[in-house]
Design a binder for this molecule. Structure first.
Ligand code: CR1
Length: 825
C-alpha cells in the first residue's frame, strides 16, 4: 500500500526552504529574532525545524499501523539510553547537507548548536543503550513496534571528580526544554497502588478476587519519534511521567499550609523523578518497584485501551503483540495482564493464562546471582497485594506440574519455586518471567549457554524449547555512520552506500586490507579521529593527550567483575618497569590509557577504584621520568556523547571481564567496528568477536569459564599468586605503600586487602596472562602497517554485530512478526 504525503505537512527540502523555516521557528516558536537569539534558542529552533521533516512520516506510520493492525513488538524497558537526538534525526531525514549550508549562510556553526543538546541519559549502561539500539533497528527494518519506558526527570547522574573521588550531581537534562518530546496529558492513565484485596461472589456464583487500592497516581505519556534510516518509517517511543491526581489541595493551601497542599503532588512525582542509579548491583528499593509497576501498568493499559481498536477480540492478542521484557524490571507486567483479564474483564484464570503465556518473552542480561532481582513478599504485598496473590497462584500451579514431572524431588521443587524462602520470603522475578514467558533469551552465545547450564538450569531441563540466544548488536547508524564520518566516507567510497543498513557487506572490505593505499588512508582517518578526541578532551576536561600515542581504552560502568583493577595493575607495572630502571623510557611505546566509568553511588569498592585510577593518573602524568610517554586520561562523566568521539579514535579496546561474568558487552562491538583491536578474555560476545575477526587480530588472555569454575571450587587463594609473582607483588606493593597517595598507606588499603584476601573476580589469577598479552600488543603495535591491516580486518569482519541482525534474530526466534513495508519512502 502506497500513499502520498499530505502536502501541508511536508517541508521544503531546499537550503532556502530550510532557512525560511528555521527563521520562522526562531520567530514564532522562540519569540526572538536572530539579533537576540541565544545558542539555546537557535538549537531549539533548529531541532523543531528538523523534526518537521520527520513529522509527516510519523503521522503516516501511525495511521498506517492503525489500518494494517499487523503483529507488533512492544519493547518494555525501564531504560532507554538514547544519546543526543539532533544528529540522528538529521541523518535519518537525510538533510544534514541542506542544514549545514543553510546555517552557514546565517553565520551559524552547526557544531555550536550540537553542543547545546543535553543528552537524554535515561539509562545506566549496556542494557539501556541496547534498548536504544533496538528501537533504531526496529524502525530501520520497518517493524511495527513501540518502545515503552519512563521519562525520568533526572537521568543517570552527572559524574564529577573532587580530589579524584567521584561526586554525583543531578542530571538536569530537561532544564532548558527538550524539543524532541510530545506530551499528551489528555491520554493520561491512572495507576493504583497499595490497599487490600477482597473476595466476592460474581453474578455466575463464582468466588473471585478483586483489588481495593489504597492510592493512585497518573501517568502522562510523552511521545518521541524513532526514525528509521531513510526508509519513511517513524516509530514511537512512549515514556511515562508520574503526576498526582490533584495537583494540589486548594483547601489546605488556603488554610496557609503550603507545603502540605502539594504533598501528594511531590509524592507522586517522585516516581518518575530519577533513574535508579544501579548497574547490576542489588539495591532493592521501594521506589524502584513503584517505578516498575508504574510504567508497565501505564503501558499495558495504553496498549489495550488506546492502541488496539475498541472492538478487538483479546483472545487474539498473541497474533497482534509480543511484549519483550528487557530484563526483570518490567516483569510485574505478567501478573498485571492476568489481573486486567481476570479481574477487570471477567475472564477465567485458564483463558487468561493461555494468552499471557504467549505474549511475553524475557531477555536476561546478567550472570551475577546478586543482580537477579527479587522483591520481598512483604514489600510486594504492601504495594501490590492483588499481584502477589496472582503470583502465588501462578507459582502453585507451576509447582504442581513440576511435582508431577519429578514426583520424588521436593528439593528441585523448592529450587524452582518463584517464591524464595531464604533469607526472606521473596519473589524471584527471573523465575516468574521464565515460567510465564514464551521464550527466554541470553544476549551472547556463551551467556545463553551458561543460563541454560547454570543460572536457570532446572528451568531449561523442564522447558527445553523455551531457551534461545540472541547475540546483542549495536546500531551502525549512530556508532559508525554518525560518529565516524571519515571512516564511513572511506567505506562508502569502497563498497557503496548499502552497508549502513546491511552491515554484513563490510566483508567486501576484506581484500582492501592488503591494499597499501587503502591502509594508508585508513590509518590517516584513525589519526584524524584521535586529533578530534585530543581537541575534545582539552576543551571538555582540560586533559592533554597526544595524537601520536597508542590509545588504549577501557570505558564501561565501574564494576569489580569488569576488572578495571586489572587494567590499572598493568599501568602500574609499566610505571614500575620504567621507574625501577628495568626498562629504558625510550623503549616504551607512547600510550594513553583512557578510562571512562561511573560507579553506582552506593558501591564503595567501585568508588575506591575510581579514586585509585585518578591517583595513579596524577602520579604518572606528572612524573618527569616518564617523559609523558605514558599518560592516564580519565575524563569524568563518560556518556553516549563522549563515546561517539572516543570510540572512533581508539587503537586498543579493553574487554577484560572475568570469563563467565559479562553477559555480552556491546562496547566491545563498537570498538571492533571502528577498527580498534581487542584485548580480551573469552567472555560474553568477545568469544564471537574473536571467532569472526580471527585469533591473529585479537589479543586473547585469561582463564576460561570452566577453568574459573574449577579454581573457585577448589578454593581460590589470591595471596598465593601475590607470593609467587614478583611483578604482581611490586605492582600491589606500590598501592599498599602509598606511592599514589603521598605515602599514606590507609587510603587504598581496602582495595589492596580485598585483592589479597578475597578477589572475587580473580584479578590476581589472570594478572600474568594479561601482562603477557599486553607485551604482545606492544610488539604488534610496533609494526604500524601490520596493525592497520588487522584493524581493517576487524571492521570488515564485524558486520555481524549490527543490531539489525539482532532484531532479525528476535523476529525469527522469538517474536514471529514481520516487517511491514512503510506507507511511502
Ligand atoms: C550486561 O552487563 C550486556 C548488556 C546488554 C548488561 C552487558 O554484558 O551487554 O546488559 N546488563 O545486554 C545490565 O546492564 C543491568 O544489567
Amino acid at each position: 500500500m502506497s500513499e502520498s504525503l499530505d502536502p501541508i505537512t511536508v517541508p521544503d527540502r531546499t537550503v532556502e526552504g530550510f532557512v525560511q523555516e528555521f527563521l520562522r521557528e526562531l520567530h514564532f516558536g522562540q519569540g526572538v529574532d536572530m539579533s537576540r537569539a541565544s545558542t539555546n534558542d537557535k538549537y531549539l529552533a533548529l531541532a523543531r525545524t528538523v523534526r518537521h521533516h520527520l513529522m509527516s512520516r510519523w503521522m503516516q506510520t501511525l495511521r498506517h499501523q492503525g489500518q494494517v493492525q499487523a503483529k507488533s513488538v512492544a519493547y518494555l524497558s525501564a531504560e532507554f539510553l538514547l544519546g543526543r537526538q539532533l544528529d540522528n534525526a538529521l541523518l535519518a531525514a537525510d538533510i544534514d547537507g541542506i542544514v549545514t549550508e543553510g546555517l552557514t549562510s546565517l553565520g551559524i556553526d552547526l557544531d555550536d548548536l550540537r553542543q547545546a543538546e543535553q543528552e537524554p541519559g535515561l539509562g545506566n549502561g549496556g542494557l539501556g543503550r541496547l534498548a536504544a539500539c533496538f528501537i533504531d533497528s526496529l524502525a530501520t527494518l520497518s517493524v511495527p513496534s513501540i518502545g515503552y519506558g519512563i521519562r525520568y526527570e533526572y537521568g543517570i547522574f552527572r559524574q564529577t571528580f573532587v580530589d579524584g573521588w567521584q561526586v554525583e550531581q543531578p542530571d538536569t537534562w530537561l532544564e532548558l526544554g527538550s524539543p524532541w518530546e510530545f506530551p499528551h496529558p489528555e491520554a493520561a492513565v491512572k495507576v493504583n497502588f497499595g490497599g487490600s484485596t477482597e473476595t466476592y461472589i460474581d453474578d455466575d456464583g463464582n468466588a473471585r478476587s478483586r483489588w481495593l487500592p489504597g492510592w493512585s497516581v497518573i501517568g502522562v505519556p510523552y511521545n518521541y519519534m524513532v526514525p528509521g534510516y531513510r526508509n519513511g518509517r517513524v516509530n514511537t517511543l512512549r515514556l511515562w511521567s508520574a503526576r498526582a491526581e490533584k495537583s494540589f489541595d486548594l483547601q489546605i493551601f488556603n488554610s496557609g499550609d503550603y507545603a502540605d497542599a502539594v504533598r501528594a503532588q511531590t509524592f507522586a512525582e517522585n516516581i518518575s523523578k530519577v533513574l535508579y542509579p544501579e548497574d547490576s548491583t542489588p539495591q532493592g528499593k521501594e521506589l524502584r518497584l513503584q517505578q516498575q509497576y508504574f510504567f508497565v501498568a501505564c503501558s499495558l493499559a495504553d496498549f489495550l485501551d488506546n492502541v488496539l481498536p475498541g472492538d478487538f477480540d483479546l483472545t487474539k492478542l498473541p497474533d497482534r503483540i509480543v511484549f519483550q521484557l528487557n530484563d526483570t524490571h518490567p516483569v510485574i507486567a505478567i501478573p498485571e495482564l492476568m489481573r486486567l483479564l481476570v479481574d477487570d474483564r471477567g475472564w477465567s484464570w485458564e483463558d487468561a493464562w493461555a494468552v499471557t503465556q504467549q505474549v511475553f518473552a524475557y531477555t536476561c542480561h546478567t550472570l551475577l546471582p546478586e543482580a537477579l532481582e527479587v522483591w520481598s513478599v512483604d514489600l510486594l504485598g504492601r504495594l501490590l497485594p492483588r499481584h502477589l496473590e496472582i503470583i502465588y497462584r501462578i507459582n502453585d500451579e507451576f509447582l504442581a506440574q513440576v511435582r508431577k514431572a519429578y514426583p520424588d524431588d521436593e528439593l528441585r521443587v523448592r529450587r524452582m519455586s518463584i517464591i524464595a524462602e531464604f533469607p526472606e520470603r521473596a519473589v524471584r522475578m527471573a523465575f516468574l518471567a521464565t515460567v510465564a514467558g514464551a521464550k527466554v533469551n541470553g544476549v551472547a552465545e556463551l551467556h545463553s549457554q551458561l543460563l541454560r547450564d547454570k543460572v536457570l538450569n532446572d528451568f531449561s531441563a523442564y522447558f527445553p524449547d523455551k531457551f534461545t540466544n540472541v547475540t546483542n548488536g549495536v546500531t551502525p547508524r549512530r556508532f559508525v555512520r554518525m560518529s565516524n564520518p571519515a571512516l564511513s566516507g572511506l567505506i562508502t567510497e569502497a563498497i557503496g552506500e548499502g552497508w549502513v543498513t546491511d552491515l554484513g557487506r563490510l566483508r567486501e572490505l576484506e581484500p582492501l586490507a592488503d591494499d597499501a593505499e587503502f591502509r594508508r588512508r585508513f590509518a590517516e582517518i584513525k589519526r584524524g579521529n584521535k586529533t578530534r578526541l585530543v581537541d575534545l578532551l582539552a576543551a571538555r576536561d582540560g586533559i592533554e593527550i597526544s595524537p601520536d600515542a597508542m590509545l588504549d581504552v577501557m570505558v564501561k560502568r565501574l564494576h569489580e567483575y569488569k576488572r578495571q583493577m586489572l587494567k590499572l595493575l598493568h599501568v602500574i607495572t609499566l610505571y614500575d618497569r620504567v621507574t625501577s630502571g628495568e626498562l629504558p623510557i625510550d623503549q616504551v611505546t607512547p600510550r594513553t590509557f583512557a578510562f571512562g566509568a561511573k560507579a553506582a553511588p552506593g558501591y564503595k569498592m567501585a568508588k575506591q577504584i575510581i579514586g585509585l585510577i585518578n591517583a595513579v593518573g596524577r602520579t604518572i602524568n606528572t612524573d618527569p621520568a616518564l617523559e609523558r610517554r605514558l599518560r592516564v586520561a580519565f575524563p569524568a562523566n563518560y556518556n553516549v556523547t563522549l563515546a561517539e568521539t572516543l570510540v572512533p579514535a581508539a587503537d586498543l579496546s579493553e574487554q577484560i571481564s572475568l570469563a563467565g561474568k559479562e553477559a555480552s558487552g556491546t562496547g566491545n562491538m563498537k570498538f571492533a567496528l571502528n577498527g580498534a583491536l581487542t584485548i580480551g578474555t573469552d567472555d560474553g560476545a568477545n568469544v564471537e568477536i574473536r571467532q569472526l575477526v580471527g585469533d591473529d587480530h585479537f589479543f586473547l588472555f585469561g582463564l576460561t569459564e570452566p577453568e574459573v569454575a574449577d579454581i573457585v571450587d577448589a578454593g581460590y587463594r589470591p595471596s598465593t599468586y601475590y607470593a609467587a609473582n614478583p611483578t604482581l607483588r611490586r605492582a600491589l606493593d606500590h598501592i599498599a605503600h602509598g606511592t599514589f597517595s603521598g605515602g599514606d598507606q590507609r587510603v587504598f588499603e581496602p582495595v589492596v586487602s580485598n585483592l589479597l584476601h578475597e578477589d572475587r573476580f580473580l584479578v590476581l589469577a589472570d594478572f600474568q596472562s594479561y601482562i603477557d598479552a599486553q607485551d604482545r600488543v606492544e610488539k604488534a603495535y610496533a609494526d604500524q602497517d601490520g596493525w592497520t591491516r588487522s584493524a581493517v580486518l576487524n571492521v570488515a569482519r564485524s558486520g555481524f554485530f549490527s543490531s539489525d541482525r539482532s532484531i532479525k534474530d528476535y523476529l525469527d526466534r522469538i517474536w514471529h512478526a514481520e516487517p511491514v513495508a512503510p506507507p511511502f519512502v
